[in-house]
Write a protein that binds this ligand. Structure first.
Ligand SMILES: [Zn+2]
Length: 233
């Protein structure tokens, strides 16, 4: 990362803190301190984006190309605090920083080379009003700063409020709940395009599958998936 005089000066006035342990960051560090960065259990999915446990969740569900996630997610772990802050503590800028790190990790492998546009998984209007932002959109913005790929945030919408997935136990229930949640609204715009779906955490993949199947209604669409975390079962 670039460290300028102004970055250093700004850091004196408003110290930047690690998104996991809250310790002060040095000017060379971004988002995470060196200790938390070393501790983070990263996935190797970017090395084999066409065939890995996350990509396999989507095989046969929609025209899947590549899938990858930054780290293995475990509920109540230290890194889960960062996701919680992103979703429930109104830290929208954190999402952009996470998106940047996610993109920088995947850029050298050529992950973005054949992608045409980014599609953040939409949230309902009600949720957006409550939260003030869509966390996947914030992550997409950070990815855009690194890759300069366009963000298509108006091609699909989430149409009805469904209960938070954390209250449902089985995979089947989650799938039922999100099955009709998405509606494609601009098929022409995505025709023949390779889109990158952005989600925060992929666990069963139910939300991504529902969104992907709706996007795939447009002719000739190819889909890849990138998330912050992947829950290892
Ligand atoms: Zn830390």
């Amino acid at each position: 990362m670039r460290t300028s005089f102004w970055t250093s000066l700004f850091d004196l006035i408003v110290p930047r803190r690690c998104a996991i342990c809250s310790n002060r960051l040095s000017p060379e560090e971004s988002l995470l301190c060196a200790d938390c960065e070393a501790e983070l259990e990263k996935t190797p999915f970017h090395e084999s984006p066409y065939d890995n446990p996350m990509a396999r969740l989507f095989w046969g569900q929609f025209p899947i190309e590549k899938a990858s996630a930054w780290f293995y997610y475990r509920p109540h772990s230290d890194p889960s605090k960062m996701i919680y802050d992103l979703k429930y503590h109104g830290q929208s800028l954190l999402g952009e920083d996470i998106g940047e790190q996610l993109a920088l990790r995947h850029l050298p492998t050529g992950f973005f080379n054949d992608i045409d546009a980014i599609v953040p998984i939409p949230i309902t209007c009600k949720r957006q009003r409550e939260r003030g932002y869509n966390q996947s959109m914030q992550v997409a913005r950070g990815i855009c700063q690194v890759t300069h790929l366009p963000i298509f945030d108006k091609v699909i919408k989430r149409q009805h409020f469904s209960e938070s997935q954390t209250h449902q136990s089985s995979t089947w229930e989650r799938r039922e709940n999100v099955r009709d949640a998405f509606q494609l609204i601009d098929a022409d715009k995505i025709k023949g395009k390779h889109l990158l779906i952005i989600d925060d955490i992929v666990t069963t993949g139910a939300t991504v599958i529902a969104c992907g199947q709706e996007l795939a209604k447009a002719e000739g669409v190819k889909l890849s998936v990138l998330s912050i975390g992947y829950t290892k079962e």
